[in-house]
Write a new protein. Structure first.
Lengths: 416, 580
């Protein structure tokens, strides 16, 4: 298939979100710096510290986006296994380093999720797992589907092994429920879209649910956490309460850029995980609805790429990217609004932090590349049309195509 | 390639989730906005009182006001053990200079490093605080506060009072004038960050400036006060007495020049006393029986009403029987005083029979005390000389008690006792103000101790009302001066009173009530007198009270010598030139 112009709305929406994120970090970065300096009685963090670093993050992410866009997918797909393997090796290595007490492993509250890169910041190996698993599963499912072995162990065994290892590293070792949820979303979305028999899919969902409930029941602290959340008295109630205070005080139009009080130290993680709440305080309901709608537009364009993808593999990749960004956004926003327990996950493209932003940018760059190879819109409208006929009239695809030119007429005819 | 119908699931799932999110945002931001704003305000608003500066207290030094109670800036040192470094703290706070102000051992400060607020030192003087600040130690904060300082030490402590740890005035001027001294605290209401640092965000910030307290200038002359206290201390030591009070007034206008009570205490270390009794300003707050001093009031009343003159002769048999009680003179065993004698003689020798005679004369019946006489005496004691009621001085004072002339049993014996200052309760300030009226030409001036206020470094005097009422006629007043002068003939002949000065006075030795009866073994000595140049109106009035629990303290022996010293000191200090 020939290359055509990509879906620039994807680029546009990404840029809007990146800029919105920069504005917020510009406004509240000095408050964060001031808070940290005061807390440790130092003045080592300058006012522009966070903005400058976020600017660097954005530039790197745009570079990563361009690279992912330019690097042909046909070549990239050959590295899928290796990206996944790298993620697994890094995660396992991080675990070993942490056990050995090395300072390369960066831990917070007993959870070691980052590899310390010194002055370059830190790297979250779980991001490699997300991208690697996404690419690997898409490739595996597409090729098994072509072989007609999608429902067989030829697919389920390697897919299951890769998924379980990745999930185990993230959820059990790194104790990162947020990333775990995103991983599950990537796994399930890929499997679902690949066309496995629904019975098998439901079995997988059931298995994950059983495993999840089992994990909760086995560990008393998790059980307690669920209990307290259901009782509305969560362990992180201070965090959520203050996120909701920030969002609530924003009202309809917000308090305006630079006027956030919650970001002066009341709201934990104001620049990363809680940035949505600060945006709520700053820009109000109108602002948050706009942010959510920008995500919706972006996600719908990604889903459109999936729908128009030229082959199953590309379709699954785009679907996985959709699930990744959608679930990460939804989990963050719903945690900030008290709808689900707090899991500690960044808001894609808006939160302060490099690794998460860069990998989302890579995923989007890849999607943008795939959007250059989609089939044409009118072709698809015809297919949609023909699909309905396939169901109803059991017409062959070829027949529908032949009838394309008189599509509308045919539709009328068929309806009459 | 075929289209994938399962992709629709993703679309609808997204729509569903987004619908839930938008609904939730609408709920939080639009429907519940007020609730969250209220929570935010409760969390963000920092209310700070801006402390009003407490007014200072001045006394006069001749014509110039001088501060006797001042404020000093001192510093509280707060340590944050999490960020502070133990070695640095040891160097900066636990050195020879600062260590005496520390409140804890350094080990205690660092025993719990998660505790981020530790008051490590208090009342650190300015220069030491400045040195600490210059080092810029990590995790150390200085908080400015003020402390009362007393350049005169214990002087006049029972008059001045003190300020407790809550900044409230206790006893004396500090308590009585607390409202004026403390001023009005201001209010600073700001939005603050989590570390309570005020932010410029928002427009809900409120600032009401503090109104500083007034600097009060007392009429008390610092040098007279110091001189009187010194004399009291000397005489107490000399006589072996442990309690003494003295009051110096200008009888011409009611201005208080000194108000001393010993023993005193250190107001900077006010907790270091044996009992709260030592805080009390007895001159205004401790009503007692000044005894024969009151004969002056009785005689002045009778003279004013024409019932007697100093030359009136009565028969002194050494005692009288009233209501079945035998009331004796203290000099009952002196046969030479018995028989017909004059009122002046009764005053000189302090004969109780003389003042009882005057009371009978007031009733118009020389043979017995009657209701008319009692009523007149009550009226003059209370309404003319201001006994048994508040004088209006700007201090806490007690009212005392003058018994009703009609209601109750045994009024005759009670009033017989009252003629010589027993069976009543009056304060020194009441007696001294009444005496001032008696000798100053007959006009009662309310006593006062506030001269004015310091404004921009200058004394702005307050207006005091003139004479409040006429107590007795000028003639009666002149007669009373003469009678009081008459009692001191021995002082003049013995050279105690210098030549060219007009000095008069009266003793009062009171029996103390113990177990409901007057004790013969415990007395309180009082002396009241005036002085000035010969041929002039008196310029000062001095009242002295001295005693020791369980001892007989006679006025002539113990109170009069104290008056003599003070009187001569005043002539000297006030530079009163002798009359022609």
């Amino acid at each position: 298939m020939r290359k055509h112009r990509g879906d620039r709305i994807i680029v546009g929406m990404m840029m809007v979100l990146l800029i919105a994120g920069l504005i917020i970090i510009y406004a509240i970065g000095p408050m964060r710096a001031n808070f940290l300096n005061a807390a440790y009685d130092q003045d080592t963090i300058s006012e522009n510290h966070f903005f400058v670093r976020q600017l660097v993050n954005v530039i790197i992410s745009i570079g990563a986006f361009v690279a992912a866009f330019k690097f042909p997918y046909e070549k990239m797909r050959k590295f899928s296994k290796w990206i996944l393997l790298l993620g697994i090796v890094l995660s396992a290595g991080l675990w070993i380093l942490a056990k050995a007490g090395s300072s390369i492993a960066k831990c917070e509250l007993g959870a070691c999720r980052w590899i310390n890169l010194g002055s370059f910041g830190s790297l979250q190996p779980a991001e490699f797992l997300k991208l690697g698993l996404l690419l690997y599963l898409s490739q595996l499912a597409a090729s098994r589907k072509a072989e007609g072995k999608l429902s067989k162990s030829d697919f389920w065994l390697p897919a299951g092994v890769a998924s379980v290892i990745s999930l185990a590293l993230v959820v059990v070792v790194q104790q990162d429920m947020g990333t775990g949820v995103v991983l599950i979303a990537i796994i399930l979305s890929t499997i679902l879209a690949s066309g496995v028999p629904l019975k098998q899919f439901i079995l997988v969902v059931a298995a994950i649910l059983v495993a999840g409930v089992g994990a909760i029941v086995v560990a008393p602290h998790r059980l307690k956490r669920v209990e307290t959340f259901l009782n509305g008295e969560e362990a992180d109630s201070y965090h959520i309460e203050n996120a909701m205070i920030a969002i609530g005080t924003g009202g309809m139009f917000g308090v305006g850029v630079g006027n956030s009080v919650q970001a002066t130290g009341y709201l934990p993680e104001s620049i990363n995980d809680s940035v949505f709440a600060v945006m709520g305080e700053t820009f109000g309901f109108v602002g948050l609805a706009a942010v959510v709608m920008i995500f919706v537009v972006l996600l719908m364009r990604i889903l459109r790429v999936a729908g128009l993808a030229r082959d199953t593999e590309q379709q699954l990749v785009a679907t996985g990217v959709f699930a990744w960004i959608a679930v990460q956004m939804a989990v963050n926003v719903m945690a900030m609004t008290g709808l689900i327990p707090l899991t500690g996950i960044t808001l894609p493209l808006l939160s302060y932090g490099g690794t998460s932003m860069m990998f989302i940018a890579i995923a989007l760059g890849l999607t943008f590349q795939l959007s250059c190879f989609t089939r044409r819109e009118k072709e698809i409208s015809n297919i949609k049309f023909s699909n309905s006929h396939l169901k109803r009239g059991r017409l062959k695809e070829g027949a529908a195509r032949r009838n394309f030119k008189g599509g509308r007429g045919l539709k009328k005819e068929a309806l009459s | 390639m075929e289209s994938n119908p399962r992709l629709k699931f993703f679309k609808y799932a997204l729509y569903a989730v987004v619908a839930v999110i938008l609904a939730r945002l609408f709920q939080i931001q639009i429907l519940q906005k007020e609730t969250w704003v209220a929570k935010a305000e409760a969390q963000h608003t920092l209310e700070n009182t801006i402390k009003a500066k407490r007014g200072e207290i001045f006394m006069m030094d001749g014509e110039e006001p001088v501060a006797v109670v001042m404020n000093e800036k001192v510093y509280t040192v707060i340590v944050d053990p999490m960020t502070a470094e133990e070695e640095e703290i040891r160097e900066v706070l636990y050195n020879d200079n600062v260590v005496k102000f520390t409140t804890f051992e350094i080990e205690d400060v660092f025993s719990d490093r998660t505790r981020r607020y530790f008051v490590a030192a208090k009342n650190v003087p300015r220069e030491l605080a400045k040195k600490i600040q210059e080092v810029e130690p990590k995790g150390v904060y200085l908080q400015e506060t003020t402390k009362r300082v007393y350049p005169e030490g214990t002087m006049a402590a029972r008059l001045l009072g003190f300020v407790n740890v809550d900044g409230e005035g206790q006893y004396g001027v500090e308590a009585a004038m607390d409202e004026e001294l403390k001023g009005k605290d201001g209010l600073l209401k700001t939005v603050a960050d989590i570390n309570h640092v005020a932010l410029s965000i928002g427009n809900a910030n409120v600032k009401i400036a503090a109104e500083d307290g007034k600097d009060v200038v007392l009429t008390v002359d610092r040098n007279i006060q110091a001189g009187v206290e010194k004399i009291l201390a000397q005489k107490m030591a000399e006589f072996g007495k442990d309690q003494a009070s003295a009051l110096v007034m200008d009888p011409r206008n009611g201005e208080v020049l000194a108000m001393a009570n010993l023993p005193s205490y250190d107001p900077a270390d006010y907790g270091n006393v044996e009992g709260a009794e030592v805080y009390v300003n007895r001159v205004t707050s401790d009503p007692y029986e000044p005894a024969s001093v009151c004969k002056g009031f009785t005689f002045a009343t009778a003279i004013e009403l024409g019932a007697i003159t100093p030359e009136t002769v009565f028969y002194n048999k050494g005692y009288e029987i009233v209501d079945g009680w035998t009331i004796k003179n203290s000099t009952w065993d002196r046969a030479d005083l018995l028989g017909p004698t004059s009122i002046q003689n009764a005053f000189n020798w302090s004969l109780n029979t003389g003042s009882m005679f005057a009371l009978r004369k007031l009733g118009g019946d020389e043979t017995a005390i009657n209701e008319k006489g009692r009523k007149i005496l009550y009226d003059y004691y209370v309404n003319h000389f201001g006994l048994g009621k508040l004088t209006g001085i700007e201090l806490f004072e007690s009212k005392g008690l003058i018994n009703d002339p009609v209601e109750g049993d045994g009024r005759d014996s009670l009033y017989a006792n009252m003629t010589f200052g027993q069976n009543l309760l009056v304060t020194m300030i009441q007696v001294a103000s009444g005496y001032s009226a008696m000798i100053n030409g007959g006009e009662y001036y309310r006593p006062y101790i506030v001269k004015g206020y310091m404004e921009n470094g200058k004394l702005v005097p307050v207006e005091h009302e003139g004479a409040a009422w006429r107590a007795v006629s000028e003639n009666t007043s002149a007669t009373m001066r003469e009678m009081l002068w008459g009692t001191r003939s021995l002082m003049r002949t013995s050279g105690v009173d210098p030549v060219g000065y007009y000095i008069g006075g009266k003793t009062g030795t009171a029996q103390v009530i113990r177990n409901g009866a007057y004790s013969m073994d415990e007395w309180v000595a009082t002396y009241i007198g005036f002085g000035g140049a010969e041929g002039q109106m008196p310029e000062y009035l001095v009242m002295v009270r001295i005693w020791k629990d369980g001892e007989t303290t006679g006025a002539e022996q113990y109170a009069q010598p104290v008056f003599n010293e003070i009187s001569n000191f005043l002539i000297d200090y006030l530079k009163i030139k002798p009359g022609a």
